[in-house]
Structure formats: C-alpha cells, structure tokens
Design a protein around this ligand. Sequence first.
Ligand SMILES: C[S@@+](CC[C@H](N)C(=O)[O-])C[C@H]1O[C@@H](n2cnc3c(N)ncnc32)[C@H](O)[C@@H]1O
Length: 242
Amino acid sequence: MKVDYTVSCYDKHARDYDLYQSAVVPGYQEMLDLAAEACKRYLPQNARIIDLGCGTGNAALAVLRKMPSARVYLIDGSGRMVQVAAEKISCAYPKAILGCKVADIAKSDWDEGIDGLGQAGEGYNAIVSTLVLEHLPFDLYKSAIAKCYRLLKPGGWLLAAEGYSQAGSDMQEWFIEEMEERRKTVDPQLSEFVARLRSERETHYYASKAEKEEWWRRAGFVQVNVLWQYLCIALMVGRKPM
Ligand SMILES: C[S@@+](CC[C@H](N)C(=O)[O-])C[C@H]1O[C@@H](n2cnc3c(N)ncnc32)[C@H](O)[C@@H]1O
C-alpha cells in the first residue's frame, strides 16, 4: 500500500533526517516554533500532548522547550523514527514521555490503547502533527482527524502543519525551487540519498486550505484558522468545543 511506502522512506533515513530537514526544508524550524508558541499560549500547565507522526520528535521537543511541564505521547509509523524521537526527548526531558507507539495512522486502530476520552482515559489537551497528514488520502485524512477529535479533551486543540495546493498559485513550485537551492548546502551524498528516497517512495495528497478547513469544521472543530504559512506550508489550528 502506498501509505506504508511513505513510512518506509522515513524508516530508511531516520538517523539522517534532522540534518537534511533543517537545512533543506524552508521555514521548518519557524513552523515548529510557532506550533510550540501556540501550545504555550493555548494550553494549561502539565498539558498532555500527542505528537502525531512525530518523526525524530522535533515538534514535541519545540513544545517542551517552551513548556517544560508538558508531557508528550509519540506516535509514528516508523519504528526507527519513534526510537530516535524517544532517545532525543528522554535525554533532554527525562519525565516528559507519556508513551510511544508505532502505528500507521491510515489504519483504523492507530488510536487503540492511547488513553483517549471515551475509553475511560483522560484525553489530551492537544495533538500536534507537523508535515504528516498530507501523506493520507483524503478519506483516511478525514478518519484521522475524526479520531483526533475523539482523543482530545473538551477545549483541546489540533495543530497541524501541512503542504497545501492553491489553484492559480505557483507556491508549490517556488517551495521546491527553494529546496533545490538549499540542497546544495548539504553533503552531496546525504542530499542525493534522501532526495532520491523521498522522490521514489513518498506520496502526498494536497488540497486547498479552504477544503481542509471545511473538513475540520465537519469533524466538529471550531476556531479553525491558519496561524502561519510559508509558501505552500501552513499551520492550521482548530479547537474541540468546551
Ligand atoms: C516529514 S516527516 C515529519 C516528522 C515530524 N513531524 C517533523 O515535523 O519533523 C513525516 C513523518 O510522518 C510519518 N508518517 C507518514 N505517513 C504515516 C502514516 N500513515 N502513519 C504514521 N506515520 C506516518 C513518517 O514516518 C515521518 O516520520
């Protein structure tokens, strides 16, 4: 299945991911910092947060730097990514990890056992997902955000950064041109290895921000807004009503 194929791409370069990602993806750190700032602004102390599609844990880490009292649950389809994330976070914040799970969020059982509301659990104050949901076909995307809604406490937030398409705009092409320029600053072997893996294995499903905002609202989210955008990457937030 195509979705599994995308995960295998990340599994294969988990150890090289950070080097490539921060150097090559425009706006990457700014996006993480803004997601973290939003968590600090909107969430209570000791917030329980899921990093959905955590990769090497950079979103969770950005949040913990601003909110050291938060606790994070790490989920990714790649076992190696989860391992790298858990090592990195437990080193800097030894008590911050609530749990870790290797799960394919395209499947219907990815939320099993992660202590959501309705399963006698506490629920979460936020779900942060950066550069992940764009890998899901639209029907699975809608199921995933419905599950996110169920996992959140009343008043909890979904914060998701994704790539978007916009008819009549060249923002995706522009973004890719910027990435190509930045690739020249990275060790050529690493750059070639990661870029080839991603072009061969990754699949993206792009929609417009207006379409996804509508899907979020239909899932029950309110206060749906775009907080940040750099060319085709945007950070959308929405809240489960109190
Ligand atoms: C571009 S990386 C983003 C990682 C991290 N959130 C960040 O911002 O650095 C995409 C991540 O999504 C994960 N992923 C993609 N499709 C997935 C799926 N269907 N289920 C679980 N994880 C998935 C990949 O394994 C990878 O770690």
